[in-house]
Structure formats: C-alpha cells, structure tokens
Design a protein around this ligand. Structure first.
Ligand code: ADP
Ligand code: MG
Length: 349
C-alpha cells in the first residue's frame, strides 16, 4: 500500500470520510460535514457490466428497466464478483464530489464488517487512486459509537446494534476496541422482502420491493398500538390471479405481523453476544443499556420490542442513519486521539 506522510500539499486540502454502507454511501469532508448521501445502487448493462447510472437516479430506475439493463446493490451480498462494481461505484461517487480535482491527505473509510481483507484492500486502493495520501479503515460499530457521542476509550462496556440495509451488526466495545461482535445478513432488505411475501399471501397481490420499502418507512412498526391509532397507506400492485393492477390499504398492524419473525432473529443475535460477553462488561451494559443505530433504528417500536425481550434499556440516538459518518467526521477532526480505533485492512474482522 502506498503511503506518503506529511506532504506539504496536504495543508491545502481537506481530509475526507466515507461510509460505504450496504444501502447508502455517505461522504463527509472535515470541517464541511456531509457532502454526499446516496443509495449504494447502480444500474448496469448486463452484458458489458458498464455502469449506466448510480445512486438516487439508479434507485428511481428500479423495477422500471428495459431488457439488458439491471439494478445492482453491489455491497449487499458482499461477494467478490460484485466487488468490481463496488469499486467503480465508489470511484464515480468520488468523481461526483471532486469537481475539478482534489488531493486529500487522509481518507477514513468504514466498510461493512463482513467484507474480506482482499475487498478491504481494494477499497483502500480506490481511495488512494482517488487522490488520498493515506487511507484508513474503521470498524462500523466503532464509528457508530463515536458518532453518537460515547466515550469509547473508557473501560466500561457499550453495546451497539447497527441495523443497516444488507447487514446488521451487534458489537460490544470497551477500551477503544471491539470485544465481541457479530455481523449477519438480517436487516432492512429482509424486512422489505418479508413485506412483499406477506402481501402476496394475504392479498394475492404482487408489489415491488420499492413499494415494500415505502410501506416500511412510512407506516412500519414492530409493536402494535391501540386499534384506533392504526394507520394505513394505500399502495398499488398486481393481483396475480387476474393479472390486473389493484390498489389496497395496508395497515401498520399488518407490517407488525410481517416483520415479527425477522426482528426476533436480530434479538436472538443480541442474546448470543450478551451470553459471550464477560460478566464485567455485561453488567456495564445492563446499567447503561443498548444503543440502536442504522436505518433499522427508525422502525417504530424497535426500542420497546428489544427492551421488553431482553429486559435492558434501549436508546435510539438522534439521527441513527448518520451515526457512522458522524463518527468518521469526529475521527477526522481529532485524528491523533482516535488513531487507536483504526484497523489495518489486513485484519479479518
Ligand atoms: P447501510 O449502512 O447498510 O447502508 P443504513 O443504516 O443506511 O444501511 O440503513 C438503510 C436501511 O434502513 C434500509 O433498509 C432502509 O429501508 C431502512 N430505513 C431507512 N429509513 C427507515 C425508516 N424510517 N423506517 C424503517 N427503516 C428505514
Ligand atoms: Mg451502515
């Protein structure tokens, strides 16, 4: 890996941070804040693998593409074959914000924990090629913890649950390191798929994954409210018996039913991590509670559902979708203090 330290040119440019999430890519610049926030989605030519569109524009094209073009979420499955596309996508996002070229002394990047050392090195290379003189990696839950304002250097343990798009992560942190950790593919995309299945079975209606995500974001919940407060959203799909388009009203309480099993899988994973945690750290967590970050933290009632199950307090911070990028921004602002939390691309975390 090429690294050039202490270049005088660094003084004229700004350090940069990237949260390369399975659903959303965010880029921040030190002292300027977030300058890009787009879905990690591309439209590609199925044959040539050429990227036609990226980000929000690619998301708008989902389910509406002609033959020969397809939508890809290259980070979702974390497999190496899609990694070429991930690299290209990152390169295009960087180009979009670069405008006229920049040289960045330092880039701090956060990648989903499931990716392999080879893939991490590839991301680091892209950053270096894009003009960075140093590229550093930070583990997602660590960045999230810093982003929500926790003191990660103290000995007391913290438990972070980050529910993203393709993966969720549960991690116990203390003394600037990760003590226990699990990364698993049960997150936002699975919630969307469960909503599609539920409506297909209950209403004989096929809806698109994007409509399912809209339902989840607008009326999604994981615990029931009083019947009189049950809200609904009208959506359209295709009745698969008649083949015709049809509108139906979907109630929030139905989304609670649809998501029940999947939320339980996440809770079970938190239990597994708590069981593995040392008695000292576990008692810290019992006192302090659990923090939930990522887009999944916005599901109504997720805090109550987890805390009722595990009998531990649950906190949803302000702005859970930006926890990771805010943490990276904090690292950039005080790099020497936080250098201890960075990891080498060669560690298999
Ligand atoms: P990643 O870090 O994997 O890119 P994010 O933390 O950005 O993921 O979260 C993206 C996920 O959060 C998506 O599945 C999205 O549908 C979901 N999400 C976003 N807003 C909400 C909301 N208001 N309610 C429920 N889920 C949401
Ligand atoms: Mg994330």
């Amino acid at each position: 890996m090429k690294k050039f330290f202490g270049s005088v040119f660094g003084m004229f440019s700004e350090d940069m941070g990237i949260d390369l999430g399975t659903s959303n890519t965010l880029i921040c610049v030190k002292n300027k804040g977030i300058i890009l926030n787009e879905p990690s989605i591309v439209t590609i030519d199925s044959k040539t693998k050429e990227i036609i569109e990226i980000g929000e524009k690619a998301r708008q094209q989902m389910g509406r593409l002609p033959d020969g073009l397809e939508t890809k979420k290259p980070l979702r499955d974390g497999v190496i074959s899609e990694y070429d596309i991930t690299e290209k996508m990152l390169r295009m996002f960087l180009k979009k914000v670069k405008r006229g070229g920049f040289s960045s002394p330092r880039i701090v990047i956060c990648v989903p924990a499931g990716v392999t050392p080879v893939e991490k090195r590839a991301v680091v290379e892209v950053a270096l090629e894009a003009g960075a003189r140093e590229a550093h990696l930070v583990e997602e839950p660590m960045a999230a913890a810093i982003g929500i304002g926790l003191n990660v250097f103290e000995p007391e343990g913290h438990l972070i649950v980050d529910i993203g798009g393709g993966t969720s992560e549960v991690a116990v942190l203390s003394v600037a390191g990760i003590r226990e950790k699990s990364s698993f593919k049960v997150a936002g995309d699975k919630f969307d798929a469960a909503i599609v299945d539920y409506i297909r079975q209950k209403d004989n209606l096929n809806i698109g994954i994007k409509s399912a995500e809209d339902l989840k974001k607008q009326i999604g919940a994981v615990v029931n409210k009083d019947q009189k407060d049950d809200i609904y959203l009208e959506i359209s799909g295709k009745n698969f018996l008649t083949g015709l388009p049809k509108n139906i009203q979907v109630y929030s309480s139905e989304i609670v039913d649809a998501l029940g099993e999947i939320v339980q899988l996440i809770i079970d994973e938190i239990k597994v991590i708590l069981e593995r945690t040392s008695p000292e750290l576990a008692s810290d967590i019992k006192k302090e509670g659990i923090y939930v970050t990522g887009g999944g933290a916005l599901l109504k009632g997720i805090d109550k559902k987890i805390s009722d199950n595990l009998e531990i307090k649950v906190t949803i911070p302000d702005d859970p979708l930006n926890a990771v990028i805010n943490g990276i921004n904090t690292i950039l602002k005080d790099f020497s203090k936080y250098s201890r939390v960075l990891v080498s691309p060669d560690t298999d975390y």
